[in-house]
Design a protein around this ligand. Structure first.
Ligand code: CU
Length: 290
């Protein structure tokens, strides 16, 4: 059994998250970038929590290595400078030192590689999801096709700056967010209808290319009901910055109510091909340089 300790902390995280769902939801739990934010976003999924743990683990090892090398350098500069060391040493080999400086870095690499490979395996395990959403990148919007819900396939466009409502976030809020149940495993089948896009959700630890003609699998599990944001992070054309991702996680009963409503509402909202956000100045620029 790998990572039993991590599993325990994961369980604690899930317990913590589900112990207070009403509180969190009533507060309008939102993980979005903030001005001058310096650290990683709060993890919204167990995957991101594991990535954060692993990042801190490697960072501390790195800090130890950097500190040790800096101390050695300082010692050498002080102890073996030309003034204090008139006759230079002619030693060229020392078996003990050579074995140590080979074995210790190799052990450090193994210590980093083991949890790293386990994390990659965990990220790759998209099996047994509660539901599958097929995510298609278009120039320049996203399309979400709920494979387990008949007829639920809709487009998601960014709200243009001049149409923002109070509470919406500039260049992150969308007209139709992806809505999923909280606490359930969601599989993504990521693809593109035109060029390369990037399905990037920093607070959920998901970052996958959307490649035309290919399906790339990923998954998430949103621990708390709330709103989570991401962006296309693959430069995909003139409105690359206008295709954010908004995901709303609802408690299961609210999600099921949303599905009924959405099925009726989006029944004829099969993806249209009209770009909602085309900034005239940039389009003119593109035409002028064609
Ligand atoms: Cu894109």
């Amino acid at each position: 059994m790998r990572f039993s300790g991590w599993r325990v902390s994961l369980g604690a995280l899930v317990l913590l998250a589900f112990g207070m769902p009403h509180l969190a939801f009533a507060d309008g739990y939102v993980i979005a970038p903030k001005p001058w934010e310096m650290w990683l976003p709060q993890p919204g999924s167990p995957m991101e929590a594991r990535i954060d743990h692993f990042m801190a683990f490697v960072l501390w090892i790195m800090a130890g290595v950097v500190g040790f090398v800096a101390l050695l350098l300082a010692y050498v500069i002080v102890r073996f400078n030309a003034k204090r060391n008139k006759v230079p040493s002619t030693v060229t080999h020392n078996v003990v030192v050579e074995v140590l400086w080979t074995v210790i870095p190799a052990v450090i690499l193994l210590v980093v590689a083991w949890p790293s490979i386990n994390l990659i395996r965990y990220e790759a395990d998209y099996q047994k999801p509660y539901m599958i959403v097929k995510v298609t990148g278009h120039q320049w919007y996203w399309e979400y096709d709920y494979k387990s819900v008949k007829g639920l396939d809709f487009t998601s466009y960014m709200i243009p700056d001049d149409k923002l409502q109070p509470g919406q976030i500039r260049r992150l809020s969308v007209d139709h967010p992806m809505v999923v149940p909280a606490g359930e495993k969601i599989e993504f089948e990521i693809t593109s209808a035109d060029v390369l896009h990037g399905f990037y959700l920093p607070s959920l630890g998901v970052q996958r290319y959307a490649i035309p003609g290919q399906i790339v699998h990923s998954w998430t599990l949103l621990t708390k009901p709330g709103t989570y944001y991401g962006e296309c992070n693959q430069i995909c054309g003139i409105n690359h910055d206008a295709m954010p991702i908004e995901i709303q996680a609802l408690p299961m009963d609210q999600y099921q109510a949303w599905v009924k409503k959405a099925q009726a509402e989006y029944a004829d909202n099969t993806p249209n091909r009209t770009p909602a956000v085309v900034r005239p100045a940039l389009v003119q620029l593109a035409q002028a340089t064609r």
